[in-house]
Design a protein around this ligand. Structure first.
Ligand SMILES: [Zn+2]
Length: 745
């Protein structure tokens, strides 16, 4: 059937909002012509009835769905530990009690994948205990024996043992499963185990896990290890950044701690500052275990900078000594060395007295005295404060008063408080690398399709020069690649967060879904580690740059002609080969210069880059051409700082019966309090349970970027899906009345 152009145009217009815009725009021009205006008004009225009528029932339903979705039910997947507000964990809004994926552990078949392999578990239980230390009341240390099973995420119920996060248990024997883990759920699916690893140098207990369990689940072997059992026995598991750097087998960032005092700041009890993380390539280190070399290397990765006028140094130093990130606790070091020795063939653990002595000889105070730098001129610091987006929170915290800070009341005059440090990541987006570019060209020439360099991990260049004079970069012979070696780097640099050195697939690059699990892990151990956050962000940005290289022949006929010419030029393929082998050599430059005139190298799919921003403009113009000028501007300004969901997501999940799973009325009362005195909730013994004052909330938000981002994302998705009826996920437009709330299709 032939459709006339006019008919086609009418269809285009009636399927968009442009018709209503066209009529309503006439209104303004007809002010002086009463008859035409009346006609136009009636046209617009008809348009409104036709295109813009939403019944009161539908409106109520939209708001109801929005409210339902906004009230986040905090669930943790029993099989993998993810706490994802976007996942309904089998619940649907219409039947809130429906529990499709609430699994009763007693109901699953014997030797189900969710069960722990019996032989391996028996071997694990037979292993000798690990000796660990905890601080006692006299300032010394108390020794205690920790069974190996305490480090694993598992639950024993009666005679059966399950690969389940203990915190995620509901009513003692049920768990919910996330979307990923519940896919294809079957209570009778038996575990497929690998052969036992008995006889190897270290028993990895591989046969405890099941190779047919869902990817990322504990049962599959992705067990980040349990810290809560140790914590409940009084062992300190909140490893500081300096402690982690000290024990790391690979270091991949430098951190600058900057403490600031000037002007009004000087009189305040709590100073502010920044911890600036500068990620660099992971570098394996040659010294082994704990010792002077390790201590010196750890300090070399940390720089301390004081900003303040003359005469302020002692106050700044006092504050810096209290920075949590710079603690070196002998018992924490001893315990981590013990785990490394017993589980991962680490070097023998020195005596605790030896550790105490060594730390005394290389104390933070001495390091500050010899190495900290001072900046007396505060002009730069002052100039950047109000304009820098990243300072928003510290800026707010800076102008809040001490009386707003519950801790400030408690310290005596002259006594210091730890400074409030706002974390900042410092890295630049790398340009596309020559070899990724060549790979794109090669794919185009050889396969004829647009090339993509994602499967082409960039070979790390030989040892790069240390570029900054002031910061000494630790560069050694073996630089770990962050594609296939990425899990290895994480275990080496962030070992204390993953005591079992499990959780990632060895020798494989880390998929995006895995990062989601990591940063939404129920106890926030990863989300609260800023160095890891910045490392991951930097890595993903660099990978995106390489992934986005794609070459396409331009759509001009001359370009295709040129391209054909190249293909029949035997010399070119040899040159391309040579270029691949030496991406920095003259052959590479020649190849690129020969093709650059007639192919497009795309960069607009690199996120966070200037090319992406430029690409957005083209998209907007295309939308405008397709749908006509927009007639509505919707603006939403979500608040993450005072958002109950953000605060709950930023708080480690400890079980179904406590905050943040439950929302007690005193928490909401403190959050909604009008006066400073109303904004803290206290327990019977006077200790503060919820500090919801402005300073605490601003700092909490600054320290919980993951919780804020996920809450933001959730809120915007909720507004779009339920209030406006637009959704990226829904591909066809079902009637409002037939939609579910939430984000499941
Ligand atoms: Zn799961």
């Amino acid at each position: 059937m032939k459709v006339g152009v006019e008919k086609l145009l009418e269809r285009v217009h009636s399927s968009s909002g442009s018709l209503i815009t066209a009529n309503s725009r006439r209104l303004r021009t007809l002010r002086n012509d009463a008859d035409a205006l009346a006609q136009c008004r009636s046209d617009v009225e008809k348009d409104i009835k036709k295109y813009g009528h939403v019944s009161i029932e539908t409106k109520a339903m939209c708001v109801d769905n929005y409210a339902d979705t906004a009230e986040v039910q905090m669930s943790v997947c029993g099989a993998c530990g993810i706490r994802d507000p976007f996942d309904a964990y089998g619940r649907t809004a219409k039947e809130p009690e429906a529990s499709r994926h609430e699994v009763n552990l007693a109901d699953i078949a014997t030797d189900h994948w969710l069960e722990v392999g019996k032989d391996a578990y028996a071997r694990l239980k037979a292993c000798p205990d690990i000796q660990m230390l905890r601080p006692d009341s006299t300032g010394g240390y108390e020794s205690l024996r920790i069974p190996r099973t305490d480090l694993h995420s598992l639950v024993e119920i009666g005679a059966r043992t399950y690969h389940v996060v203990p915190e995620a248990l509901l009513g003692g024997q049920k768990v919910r499963l996330c979307k990923r883990c519940s896919r294809g759920w079957n209570t009778n699916l038996k575990a497929k185990r690998t052969v036992s690893s008995v006889g190897a140098t270290t028993d990895e207990f591989e046969d405890m896990y099941a190779i047919n369990a869902p990817a990322f689940s504990i049962a599959r072997g992705a067990d980040f290890g349990r810290l809560s059992a140790l914590r409940s026995k009084g062992i300190q598991v909140d490893c500081s950044t300096l402690e982690r750097l000290l024990l790391a087998e690979a270091r991949c960032h430098h951190i600058v701690y900057k403490v600031v005092a000037y002007g009004e700041e000087t009189d305040r009890k709590r100073l502010h500052g920044h911890s600036i993380v500068c990620p660099h390539k992971a570098v394996d280190i040659d010294h082994n275990g704990f010792g002077k070399a390790a201590l010196e290397a750890a300090y070399a990765s940390v720089r301390i900078l004081f900003v303040g006028p003359n005469g302020m140094r002692s106050k700044l130093e006092q504050a810096a000594l209290l920075i949590d990130d710079l603690r070196l606790r002998p018992d924490v070091i001893f315990n981590l060395l013990s785990i490394n020795h017993v589980l991962h063939n680490g070097p023998p653990v020195p005596d605790i007295d030896e550790i105490v002595q060594l730390i005394k000889e290389h104390s933070l105070a001495l390091h500050i005295e010899h190495n900290a730098s001072s900046m007396i001129d505060t002009a730069v610091e002052k100039a950047t404060t109000p304009s820098d987006v990243a300072h928003v929170r510290s800026h707010a915290a800076q102008y809040s008063n001490d009386f707003d800070d519950p801790e400030a009341h408690k310290v005596a005059e002259g006594q210091a408080l730890p400074p409030s440090l706002v974390p900042i990541g410092l890295f630049e987006l790398e340009p596309q690398q020559m070899d990724a570019l060549l790979k794109g060209i090669e794919a185009l020439v050889i396969e004829g399709a647009g090339g993509n360099a994602d499967d082409n991990p960039r070979v790390d260049p030989a040892i790069p020069e240390a570029t900054t004079r002031d910061i000494i970069l630790q560069r050694e012979d073996r630089i770990c690649s962050d594609y296939n070696d990425a899990p290895d780097v994480l275990y080496k640099a962030w070992g204390p967060l993953m005591p079992l050195r499990r959780g990632f697939v060895k020798g494989k690059s880390i998929p995006d879904g895995k990062w989601r699990q990591v940063f939404l892990y129920f106890d926030n151990r990863f989300a609260h580690d800023h160095t890891l956050l910045f490392h991951a962000a930097n890595m993903l940005m660099r990978h995106a740059v390489n992934r986005a290289v794609s070459a396409k022949v331009m759509t001009r006929p001359e370009a295709f002609e040129k391209f054909k010419e190249i293909l029949h030029d035997g010399d070119f393929l040899d040159k391309l080969d040579a270029a691949r082998n030496d991406p920095k050599g003259p052959a590479a430059r020649e190849v690129v210069s020969r093709v650059i005139g007639f192919i497009n190298l795309s960069g607009s799919s690199v996120p966070w880059g200037s090319r992406e921003r430029a690409g957005e403009m083209a998209k907007l113009i295309a939308d405008h051409r397709y749908a006509g000028p927009s007639s509505m501007f919707i603006s939403v300004a979500p608040d993450d700082v005072h958002n109950a969901t953000a605060i709950r997501m930023g708080t480690p999940y400890t079980g179904e019966g406590t905050f943040p799973a439950l929302v007690p009325p005193e928490f909401l009362a403190a959050l909604r309090g009008q006066k400073p005195s109303e904004r803290t909730a206290s327990a019977a013994d006077g200790s503060i349970t919820y500090a919801m004052d402005e300073t605490s909330l601003q700092l909490f938000a600054a320290k919980n970027p993951v919780a804020c981002a996920i809450t933001f994302n959730h809120l915007i998705a909720n507004v779009n899906t339920n209030l406006l009826g637009l959704s990226n996920e829904r591909l066809k437009d079902t009637l409002f009345a037939e939609r579910d709330s939430g984000f499941q299709s």
